[in-house]
Design a protein around this ligand. Sequence first.
Ligand code: C2E
Ligand code: MG
Ligand code: MG
Ligand code: MG
Length: 283
Amino acid sequence: KAKEKGGNIYELYHPDMNMRSMHRLNLEIELRKAIEREEFMVYYQPLVDLTTGSIFGMESLVRWKHPEWGMVSPGEFIPLAEETGLIIPLGNWVLKQACIQNTKWNSLGLAPLCVSVNISVNQFMQTGFVQFIEDTLKQTGLTPNLLCLEITESVAMKNVSFIMETMDKLRMLGVQISIDDFGTGYSSLSYLKRFRVHTLKIDQSFIRDVTTDEDNAAIVTALIAMSQQLKIKSLAEGVETPEQLAFLRERGCNEIQGYIFSTPLPAESFENLIKEKKTLYLH
Ligand code: C2E
Ligand code: MG
Ligand code: MG
Ligand code: MG
C-alpha cells in the first residue's frame, strides 16, 4: 500500500495507526490491571417466559467500571480479552459471581431462577472446563439445572467431536445450554439437534426490524418453527416494542429478553424486580 502511494515506507507508521495500536496497548494494560483490582461488575437482564409473562431467569453481562473512563461496555473489551487470553480469568470470575448470586436469590424462596452465563470459545475449549464448572457448582452450592451456559454459534462449529463430548459431559452434570446469537454464525442446522441444546437464542439483528423487513420476518418465523420441531426452546433477544412482542407470540416463541421488559441491571435492582414479581404485560 505504501509503495503504491509513492514508495514512502514511513507511511506504514501513519499517525492514525500509531494511535490505534497505542490505544490497544493501553487498553490491554488497563484490562490486566482491572482483573487484579476487580473493577468488573456483573449486571443481570431478566429472561421472560411468554406463556406466563414472568421472569424465569437472567443473563449475566459483564461491565467494566474503570476508575477514570467510567463504564466500558463489553463490546469494547471482550474482543481484546479474547485475543489476549484474559477472557479466561475474566470469564471464570463472571461465572463464579453469577453462581454465588443465583444461590443467594434462590435461597430467598421466590420462584427458582436460572442464571445464564456467556462462555467464550477459548473458555469452552480449555482443558478442565467441565471440571471447573463442576467445582464452581459445588463451591457455590448452586443446583446444576439453575445454571445455563450460552455458547455462540461460531464456537459451536470448530472441532465438532470435542464439542459434542464437552456438551455431553455438561448435560450429564445437569447444566443447561443455549446457542447464543443464532443466525449470525456458520453453524449447520443439523448440529443443533446433535448438540441437543436446551435453548436457541435468536440474534437481535433479526428481531430489530422483524415487523418491517420481510426477510427477517421469514427467518424468525422459520427459526421458531424449527426449534419447535426439534423440541428446543426459542428465545428472542433484543425485543423492544409491543409490535415485535406480538409478532413473536403469534409464532409461538417461548421466551424473550429485551428493553421492552428491562435493560441489564445491577444485582440490587434486579433483586427488586424479582421481589416485586414484575411481569410482562400480555394481552
Ligand atoms: P449477548 O450475549 O448476545 O448479550 C445480549 C446483549 O444485548 C447485551 O449487550 C444486552 O445488553 C443487549 N440487549 C439486551 N436487550 C436489548 C434490547 O432490547 N435492545 C438492544 N439494543 N440491546 C439489548 P452487552 O451487555 O453490551 O453485551 C454484549 C456482548 O458482550 C454479549 O452479547 C456477549 O457476547 C458479550 N459478553 C457480555 N458479558 C460477557 C461475559 O461475561 N463473557 C463473555 N465471554 N462475553 C460476554
Ligand atoms: Mg449471551
Ligand atoms: Mg446473544
Ligand atoms: Mg447478541
